[in-house]
Structure formats: structure tokens, C-alpha cells
Design a protein around this ligand. Sequence first.
Ligand SMILES: Cc1cc2nc3c(=O)[nH]c(=O)nc-3n(C[C@H](O)[C@H](O)[C@H](O)COP(=O)(O)OP(=O)(O)OC[C@H]3O[C@@H](n4cnc5c(N)ncnc54)[C@H](O)[C@@H]3O)c2cc1C
Length: 541
Amino acid sequence: MAELQGPEAALFDFVVMGSGIAGLTFALKVAAVGTVALITKKDRSDSNTNWAQGGIAGVMAPDDSFDLHLQDTLIAGAGLCHEDAVRALVTEGPERIRELIALGTHFNKESDGDYALTQEGGHSRRRILYNNDLTGREIERALVESIHSHPSISVYEHHLAIDLAKSKDDDERICGAYVLDTLDGEIRTFLATRAVFLATGGCGAVYTHTTNPAIATGDGVAMAFRAGAKVANMEFIQFHPTTLYHPAARSFLISEAVRGEGGILRDRTGRAFMLDYDERGNLAPRDIVARAIDAECKKQNEPCMFLDITHVDAAEIQHRFPNIYARCLSYGIDMAREPIPVVPAAHYMCGGVVTDLHGRTSLPRLFASGEVTCTGVHGANRLASNSLLEGLVFSHRAAELFLTNTDHTPPLLEHVPPFRPYRGRVRVADTEALKQRIQTAMTKFVGIVRSDQRLQQAATALQVIMDEVDHLYATCRPTEDLLELRNLALTAQLIVRSAQQRKESRGLHTTTNYPETLESENHDTVLVKRKRTDFAVVGEL
Ligand SMILES: Cc1cc2nc3c(=O)[nH]c(=O)nc-3n(C[C@H](O)[C@H](O)[C@H](O)COP(=O)(O)OP(=O)(O)OC[C@H]3O[C@@H](n4cnc5c(N)ncnc54)[C@H](O)[C@@H]3O)c2cc1C
């Protein structure tokens, strides 16, 4: 049980922020050796994890190998993957997946009892385990059930971490987080004797069109950056090539597995165009497919392209993609009989808070895992279905540090600065218009194809917005909307600043000013905070 230190602070061994695959995995493992506060800003299952459709990659088939998975990941990453991180991912992945299965996660099986494996873009073998087209929901269910009633884990739903708490001692270690209870409006300090763990996921909401749920507002990256952590490779935002084009569909994702099972991208006339862009055709990696769709839309002045799987048996489609089939049908599209209209949308943040292979960030006592991090696994482009795996593998690696080592330092409350005064503030900021301005600037100027001029336009617009947000933060009541807006604005700035550093086109970063991939640019883009709005660029992770 937590040893309460007063109404405004609580002490645990571990303070974990985020209840997706990364946070839940870490919490579950370290709960064997200490008390855990699991802080999550909505309901416990509100996460990108819960929305994952396609599956989780792992070497399982006899014709597959760690080297093939490694090579596929390195090729997708366009020269920027860290091979040691990828090797850890692919070699330890299958064991971690078996642990998930032992926890009660169900993956589809063939009639002979072997796990069914599908293939996705960029994978040279069938190696994706899945649960129909709701794999993430199944993983989240199993993990949430496992933490439920765990005697060492206290779950704080509707608690939004605002900022990391740093000790006033010389070592400036991270010793907790200031957290808003979004139901009663109170702010409490959660303190950790052993580790503060960030698992807050990605930032799709910086764009107008995103596959991500509303929780993905870049909070973890922004919090860590404000606290002084290194953040890397934020220019590499993955756009999912195929989201449903329909005014009411809010960028509903059409899984890559639809192409894996034979789906063909066509234009309105029925012409299949992917072979014009890549010899792998419809199974080319996401960035190539997203750029191809973007290019065809622009060339033909069309709002969308079409994904055609009508040549596959209707019963098979309904069995394999029940969720996608039902959602499309609810919008009047029967994917077994007609092609699905699709457009790309912001999907995944390849960069993030820099960690080593055990989740250590550049700040003492701050650890991180999952989409919020930059471990070096994804490089300039993530290979499909490697991200659930990354959260699983690197949360385990981080937890391992604590299973053997019993070192802990209780932070003294008097050494932790109190959260800045906020009581008595009555003004509630109107955030919606500012949020839309961020999303519009990012969508217009920092999308799939960029240029120096567009990036500068975005930087200028975002600085004006940031100044307004800072003013609101200094004068208004800290509400969920305002805190998320503050994080969205900073995350957008980090993306733009990183993109401005990269004077080439590579992976997910394409710019018309520098269309070539250059050997001289074969390095990570690492940013740290110097002063309030000053982004210093440092050379290495
Ligand atoms: C539609 C969709 C389909 C996908 N399909 C696949 C797939 O098939 N295979 C694959 O590998 N990947 C897929 N991905 C990507 C994958 O789902 C994510 O990268 C992965 O789940 C991230 O896990 P995570 O634990 O790092 O973060 P998340 O699962 O996003 O969890 C983040 C958690 O942090 C909480 N949080 C955020 N900010 C705060 C804060 N300030 N305070 C407190 N809590 C906070 C959130 O509420 C949430 O609980 C998909 C993503 C989407 C959106």
C-alpha cells in the first residue's frame, strides 16, 4: 500500500504514467518487488494499444529467422535504426509474446492448432500474430485483467500527469510527477522511491487527421523535454496509408493486413498504381504507400484512392476482418463488393524520449518505454506491427533492472518543489480554436511532403500559438484541455524543429528542397531544452 504523505502527495516505489501495453507490462512486472501507482488520464483501456488492429510481429514460423526480421526492420528504418536495439527486439520478442499468451491473450490459430500468421508491408515472411482485426483490444484486455485487483498496484484513472517533479538536490533526479485529478480538479504529487516510468504513447492529435484516439497528445514527450530530457527523431511521423475516406469516419484505420491478404490499391478508374512506385507493389512499406497515395491524389486531383479486396471470398473477408467489415458497412460500404475509399492519416511517432536498451532516459530515475520513446528500433520509419512488440520488450528490459537490484531512495517531500500555485484561479481557457490552429498548421505545412518554406511557416505559426498557450497556462485554471493543448503545441514545435534540422529526404521525412538521401545526414536528430523556448541540437542519442 502507498504510504500517504499528506493530502497532496503519495509515495510509491514506482510511479507509472500510461496504461497501454508499455505501462501495463512494466507495472505488472515491477509489482513483484514494490508498490506501483498506475496513473492514466482516462479510463484504463483508453490507449492506442486498445485500437491496434493488425497484430504483433514475432519470429514464429519455421521459414522465418531473427536475421530476416532484423533485416526487414533495418530496411524499413532507412539507415537510422540502431542495430543493437533491433536485435534485442526481434530476438526477445517471441519469448515476450509467449508471456502475453500465458497471461491469457488469445491469438488466432490455424485448424492444426498452430498460431495463424499474417504478413504486412515490409515483412518478408508471415510473422504477425493477430486476433482477428482487434489484436490491441485483446492484448489490452489481458493486461488490464492481470493488473486488476493486484495487491501492489493502485490504478488512478482520470489522472493526468502535468509535469515531472525534479528533486531540488544536486543530482536533480526525477522523483515523481504532478498529477491533475480531472474529476475533482485537485493536483497531487506522486513520488517514487525507485523509478518514474513514462509510457504515455504518441501524438497523433497534433494533426487534423489521425488514426489515434484522443489521448495521443504528446504529453510524455512534452513533459520529458520540459524537464530536460533528450528527445530524438521527432521529424519521423508515420502516416498510415489507408484510413477510411468518409466524412463521418474520423480516419478509421483500414489495417495493413488487408493489403497483406491481397488488397490492391487502385485509382478511381480501377488502375492499380503501386507497381509504378515500388517493385514490392501493394506490400511496399507504409511510407512508400502513403507517398504514392498522396502523389496520385494530387496528380489526379482526387480526394482519395481505393483499396480493393473484392476478389477475396466474402465469407473470408468477414471472418478475417469483422471489425473493419462492420465499420465500413455502417458507412454504407460493403468491402466484399466494392473498393474502400482510403486516404493517409497521422499514425505513429517514430521518435520520442531517448532511452537506452533498458528504458533509461537521459534524466536520473526517469525511465520510459513504448511509443513515447526513441529506442533506436524504428529509425526513420517503423515496420508494421513492431510497435506493440517494442513496448512489450523494452518495458520488460526496464523492469528487469529492478527485479534484481533493490536500491531505492525515498524522496524527501521538502526536497520536491511544490506545484506552482493554481488554487483560486477561476478563468477556464478556451482551447479549441488554438488546438485547431496547431492541427491546421501541422497538416498544411508538416505533412507527408515538406519544404523549407512550409516548415518555416509552421514554425512561425506555432511560436505565436505557443506564446498564447503560455499566457493561458500562467493565468487560467489547469484543466485537461489546457494541459493537453500545452503539450500539443510543444510536441508540434519539436516535430518542426527536428524536420528543419534534416537537410535530406529519408524514410518518413520527405522534403522538396533536399530530395536525396545523404550519407552526411545519416544520424539521429537530438534536441534538448536550453532555455524556455530554446531547442538546442545535440549530436547523438
Ligand atoms: C488505429 C491504430 C492501429 C494500430 N495497429 C497496430 C498494430 O497492428 N500493431 C502494432 O504493433 N502497432 C499498432 N499501432 C500502434 C500501437 O498501437 C501503439 O504504438 C502502441 O500501442 C503504443 O503503446 P504505448 O503503451 O506506448 O501507448 P498507448 O497504448 O497509447 O498508451 C498510452 C497511455 O498513456 C496515457 N496517457 C497519455 N498521456 C497521459 C498523461 N499526461 N497522464 C496520464 N496518462 C497519460 C493514455 O491514456 C494511455 O493509457 C496502432 C495504432 C493505432 C492508433
